[in-house]
Design a protein around this ligand. Structure first.
Ligand code: TXA
Ligand code: MG
Length: 318
């Protein structure tokens, strides 16, 4: 087991005192608290300005621990857990009574995941309780993929950020719900749908999202949005309508001669969708901070992680 560094020790001490700590995961940074303590969990909602109807994901370090937070776990859920965890997958399972309803926003189901990050796995092993953690951003804004992102927005509201470097996946976990028995996908994310369907041996229902779908709370259409206006389409066709000095560009792999280089982000020069996912949120944040009026973006190939990237682009543009 990895050595217990002073940073992990500090995080563990604060969490045991029912304080908040931002934690690194392979997807995005989370804002964590003791999942079994209502007072601690309330601090998450307050720090994020998060509405109480948006449930939190519970993080643990082993599949054996699932029974602490969930009951009647279907075999199919275990199959996915064995295949992909630790990893960018969240399973929605029937809630165990010891999980406060505050965590699940009153739902009888609970989201559970095992994040694949060495520091956070080590931290979770050190704690006698699981961690409730949403993404560590103000509600509605782009998720953070570095400790600096967290610090910029929430630094003065939380006592400690455990710095685990840049997130390797860069986009939130894929959420599969077993709440209705048969698996349904609630959120496209860091684990490709194709991979999940291969293990299940069948295709999965996609739950429709809308601005207020109670089945998929938190999947509001306007999630993950920067403050600047985002237009997604054919960048070349959109360009002539704007002053090139006043636009930002978020392209898959191309650059544009007439637009200042400092206002352009290529998600992946080599056209790789994994790299595009890893760079998406930092790219949106970067362009949001530039002196531009509009961000022009384009979709990436609609396959594998590309689907999740496109989903986030659609929401950013809403
Ligand atoms: O990758 C991730 O999942 C990151 C890292 C920190 O683990 N977490 C994350 O959490 O993205 P958050 O709070 O930003 O998104 C969690 C979403 C909720 O908005 C909701 O859509 C869904 O998970 N969720 C959680 N519990 C649920 C439940 N019981 N039923 C339905 N959806 C649930
Ligand atoms: Mg979030």
């Amino acid at each position: 087991m990895a050595e217990l560094g002073t940073d992990i020790l500090k995080a563990a001490t604060l969490l045991k005192q029912q304080e908040l700590v931002a934690i690194p995961t392979e997807t995005v940074y989370g804002l964590a608290a003791n999942a079994f303590n209502e007072g601690a969990v309330l601090k998450i909602f307050a720090a994020k300005n998060r509405p109480s109807f948006d449930p939190l994901i519970v993080h643990t370090h082993s599949i054996q621990n699932f029974t602490q937070v969930a009951t009647n776990i279907p075999d199919m859920a275990y199959r996915l857990a064995e295949a992909f965890l630790p990893g960018p997958l969240t399973l929605i399972l029937p809630r165990a009574p010891q999980v406060p309803l505050l965590v699940t926003s009153g739902h009888d189901s609970v989201g559970v995941r095992i994040p694949n990050h060495p520091l956070t796995l080590r931290l979770l092993k050190e704690l006698p309780f699981p961690l409730a953690a949403p993404s560590a951003n103000p509600f509605g804004y782009v998720s953070p993929t570095t400790a600096q992102h967290v610090n910029q927005q929430l630094g003065d509201r939380i006592p400690y950020i455990l710095d685990g470097g840049a997130c390797q996946v860069g986009i939130e976990s894929t959420i599969i719900s077993f709440a209705a028995g048969e698996p349904e996908i609630l959120r496209l994310g860091g684990l490709a749908l194709e991979e999940i369907e291969k293990v299940l041996g069948k295709s999965i229902q996609r739950v429709k999202t809308s601005s207020s779908n109670p089945q998929a709370p938190g999947m509001l259409s306007s999630h993950y949005a920067p403050r600047k206006k985002v237009l997604v389409g054919n960048i070349k066709q959109l360009l002539p309508a704007f002053d090139p000095e006043k636009i930002g560009i978020l392209s898959f792999s191309e650059t544009y001669a007439r637009v200042p280089q400092a206002h352009q982000v290529q998600l992946s020069a080599t056209g790789n969708v994994f790299e595009a996912a890893r760079n998406l949120f930092s790219g949106l944040r970067y362009l949001d901070a530039q002196p531009v009026e509009v961000i022009l973006a384009e979709f990436v190939p609609e396959e594998g992680l590309g689907r999740a990237v496109n989903d986030r682009l659609r929401r950013a543009a809403f």
